[in-house]
Design a binder for this molecule. Structure first.
Ligand SMILES: [Zn+2]
Length: 79
């Protein structure tokens, strides 16, 4: 949980991170492995810069007050 500014609320609120996997350009087995890796990763506490740098995921933050979703990829690639 992180405190971030929410455009909708117009103030700083608690945000929860949400991570979605982008459609993979790799084969299925690779994808499955990635899923395993990702769920293992998410089981840990830290969802940090290391994870955000993985280009196969979209990282969102969700406002806990209004539910507003904001895309928060840190990579340069917006597809
Ligand atoms: Zn909000």
């Amino acid at each position: 949980m992180a405190i971030q500014y929410c455009e909708k609320c117009g103030k700083e609120t608690e945000h929860k991170e949400l991570i979605k996997q982008k459609p993979s350009k790799y084969g299925k087995s690779r994808k499955e492995k990635f899923k395993e890796f990702l769920s293992g990763f998410l089981a840990g506490v830290a969802v940090g810069p290391a994870l955000a740098s993985i280009e196969l995921i979209d990282r969102y933050v969700v406002c806990q007050e209004c539910g507003h979703k904001k895309l928060e990829n840190h990579g340069e690639e917006f597809q």
